[in-house]
Design a protein around this ligand. Structure first.
Ligand code: NAD
Ligand code: IPM
Ligand code: MN
Length: 360
């Protein structure tokens, strides 16, 4: 199929392994675009530590505006030891939080599947992993990440405060999206909270229960987050859509990444509300960070970044054939034994990229 379309993509490679995996993702994306008759107009900008070094800020307003005006955003990763001083006022991660907030990207979709060829790469037993196919829907612009924070000193010494706050509309829109997504999957939603302790979680559970009642075709269960960390390992195949607040979703998805063999495999999509013209802005990034321990060595696994580009093609560009071709190529490369170090193999970042490229 040839759409002939030209898409404007903002690239934010970031720090550490971000640029290394981004190089492979754009190679693969451009090859898929050529094959399926559309083209990508790539505009590379700085985010994170590299932006602090260049501009003194982790993300300039003009770069946010460029991202907003583009058809989609691809992001690598930010952060690293160079900018990690806990007393620093400016941090790379602020750039990431800023773009999520400014673009209203409240829904972070993190699919987790266990590839048959990688069952041995996971520390979890194969028989438990079989059938793992879940979608974690993480709330991304609320909760403790964005509540007021403060540091002060009193007679007992240093005090620090972070606030976990949610408003009804924030809970409603993410949970409703989770239900909508479950409808296109296996029809099950697991809502994760800490309702035995937190008021924000009790409100989350109330609203989710109301949405569950209004959508009787979807099976809803509630799970406390501590129990969820256990169940995720014990019976990962039992879950379909998992919806949860910002920080729980961050933690649970790093845990879930181990099911598939490596954090280097997992892509994500961060979406905003659809605009009046139906357009929904999207930012696509792997769930891993800048991996300072392996940065600069050319050995990072680019699969999560490449699969993020595939998600972008499906969800923001409506080029689902190209997306499927990339996903199949990644799968085939992995099944053919092309494994980076995190999966116990010896393929370099670019060799994995080559292997995907030849299979697209
Ligand atoms: P990390 O995800 O960078 O690394 C955790 C472990 O996973 C490391 O051992 C690393 O080598 C490995 N790993 C990560 N990505 C990999 C890949 N593609 N291939 C092979 N192995 C990979 O998490 P961290 O070490 O806790 O954080 C490092 C920095 O990254 C911090 O500054 C953190 O704030 C930042 N971070 C950024 C993002 C993001 O940009 N979205 C996400 C998470 C962490
Ligand atoms: C992620 C990261 C970020 C988060 C950090 C770097 C701010 O861990 O994207 O998962 O916590 O959201
Ligand atoms: Mn994280």
């Amino acid at each position: 199929m040839t759409s002939g379309n030209v898409y404007n993509i903002t690239l934010l490679p970031g720090d550490g392994v971000g640029p290394e995996v981004m190089t492979q993702a754009t190679r693969v994306a451009e090859a898929a675009a050529t094959k399926f008759g559309f083209s990508l107009n790539l505009d590379t900008r700085l985010i994170g530590g590299c932006a602090i070094d260049a501009y003194g800020t982790p993300l300039r307003d003009e770069d946010i505006e460029a991202a907003r005006a583009s058809d989609a955003v691809l992001l690598g990763s930010v952060g690293g030891p160079k900018w990690d001083n806990p007393s620093a006022a400016v941090r790379p991660e602020q750039g990431l939080l800023k773009i999520r907030k400014e673009l209203g990207l409240f829904a972070n979709l993190r699919p987790v599947t266990a590839n048959e060829a990688l069952l041995v790469a996971s520390p979890i037993k194969e028989n438990r992993l079989r059938g793992t196919d879940m979608l974690v829907v993480r709330e991304l612009t609320g909760g403790i990440y964005f509540g007021d924070r403060k540091r002060w000193t009193d007679e007992q010494g240093r005090v620090a405060m972070d606030t976990l706050i949610y408003r009804e509309y924030e809970v409603r829109r993410i949970v409703e999206l989770a239900f909508e997504l479950a409808r296109g999957r296996k029809g099950r939603v697991t809502s994760v909270d800490k309702a035995n302790v937190l008021d924000s979680s009790r409100m989350w559970r109330e609203i989710t229960t109301e949405i569950g009642a209004a959508n009787p075709d979807i099976t809803l269960e509630h799970m406390l987050v501590d129990a969820m960390t256990m169940k995720l390992i014990q019976q990962p195949g039992a879950y379909d859509v998992i919806v949860t607040e910002n920080m729980f979703g961050d933690i649970l998805t790093d845990e879930a990444s181990v099911l598939g063999g490596s954090i280097g495999l997992l892509p994500s999509a961060s979406l905003g509300a659809p605009a009046e013209n139906g357009r929904r802005i999207g930012l696509y990034e792997p769930i891993h960070g800048s991996a300072p321990d392996i940065a600069g060595q050319g050995i990072a696994n680019p699969a999560g970044m490449i699969l993020s580009a595939a998600m972008m093609m499906r969800m923001s560009l409506n080029e689902s054939e190209a997306a499927a071709a990339i996903e199949a190529a990644v799968d085939n490369a992995v099944n053919d034994g092309v494994h980076t170090g995190d999966l116990g193999g010896s393929a370099s970042t670019s060799e994995f990229g080559d292997a995907v490229l030849t299979r697209v």
